[in-house]
Ligand binder design. Structure first.
Ligand code: UDP
Ligand code: MG
Length: 320
């Protein structure tokens, strides 16, 4: 007789980056706590499972709320030395949480937490990475929806492989997280890197709701920075576009030059031209500055990568 196979239940860690989230945290702590408790009860995940909050240098009561929550053994806290940004806070959580399976989710309850159950089920079916994908964006403003969706299209054009309408709500197995740690890049665009890893993966859909409370911690400036990072950390296409543009301008100028020479030498129509000398100056000047800007963006990336500074520093932990 063969032994009865008891499926091994996994130790799940939920990782939540928090930046000035005092308004939503109490509710997040309550709802996630209930969910994980019930999943433990159903023996979907093991009793060691835990919820990890990463305080990304908040200036409000976020850390004291985390400390308070950590009196319950379900909750752990990691405090970064300063505000490093969402992507690094997330990385800090993923690299330090101890689960066999890790789910990352935002603090603001915009993503449907009950989907975590479906994600874990997909993991048991053999997937290393499960992407949470928004089935609709009804709760976002028109502006956010439009810019986000156009952005995904631009990324695709530039050859950056991302999952459409997937943010950073996803499940990763321990080996996927270990692979992620091997990507040492300082300019971190997690959505792109995780996609690069490969491994068996799948998607689960959910409807995204509104922020439970508080303001978005992604003002336009941070959003634009992330958007530029997404392209320039992954795609050399903009650099090549400069070369193509340069070539086209060169072709065009050659024709103009030939025409000008011909007019000067073989006709008597050569008038002292103002427009024809001033326009190319503006156009070329514009193109050159733009091109320099694009090249500069890449040089800035190289500069940051060469220094290879630590991507985050941990100040202290609670609940470990
Ligand atoms: N966040 C962070 N550091 C930052 C900015 C944001 O850890 O510098 C966290 C924030 O607390 C939240 C998540 O990243 O858990 C996503 O931010 P938010 O919900 O404000 O972004 P949005 O949904 O508006 O794009
Ligand atoms: Mg949000």
């Amino acid at each position: 007789m063969s032994e009865v196979q008891i499926p091994k239940v996994v130790n799940l860690s939920v990782v939540i980056p928090c930046y000035n989230e005092e308004e939503v945290l109490p509710e997040t702590i309550k709802r996630l706590g209930q969910l994980i408790d019930s999943m433990i009860e159903e023996q979907l995940i093991s009793e060691e499972s835990s919820i990890w909050f990463v305080d990304d240098g908040s200036r409000d009561k976020t850390w004291s709320l985390i400390e308070e929550a950590s009196q319950n053994t379900l909750f752990r806290g990691i405090k970064l030395s300063r505000n490093k940004g969402h992507q690094y806070a997330l990385l800090a959580g993923l690299e330090n949480a101890d689960g066999d399976v890790l789910v990352s989710i935002d603090a603001d309850l915009q993503d449907d937490i009950s989907v975590i159950r479906a994600m874990v089920e997909e993991y048991y079916k053999g997937n290393d990475i499960v992407y949470g994908v928004r089935s609709e964006r009804g709760s976002d403003t028109f502006f956010k929806r439009f810019t986000a969706e156009s952005y995904y299209r631009v990324l695709k054009r530039f050859g950056v492989d991302v999952v459409f309408n997937h943010a950073d709500f996803r499940l990763m197995s321990r080996r996927a997280v270990e692979a992620l740690s091997d990507y040492r890049e300082v300019n971190l665009f997690l959505r792109g890197v995780v996609r690069e890893i490969g491994f068996p993966s799948t998607q689960v859909e959910y409807a995204r709701s509104e922020r439970f409370a508080g303001e978005s911690k992604y003002p336009l400036k941070k959003m634009l920075a992330l958007a530029v990072d997404g392209i320039t950390s992954f795609s050399p296409v903009p650099l090549r576009m400069i070369a193509v543009l340069g070539f086209l301008v060169f072709l065009f100028s050659s024709f103009i030059a030939a025409w000008a020479l011909w007019t000067r030498l073989f006709t008597d129509q050569a008038v002292p031209g103002w427009a024809s000398s001033v326009l190319p100056m503006y156009i070329l000047g514009g193109i050159q500055l733009l091109s320099l800007g694009v090249i500069g963006e890449y040089i800035a990336k190289i500069f940051m990568e060469v220094k290879a500074r630590p991507r985050y520093l941990i100040d202290k932990c609670v609940g470990l």
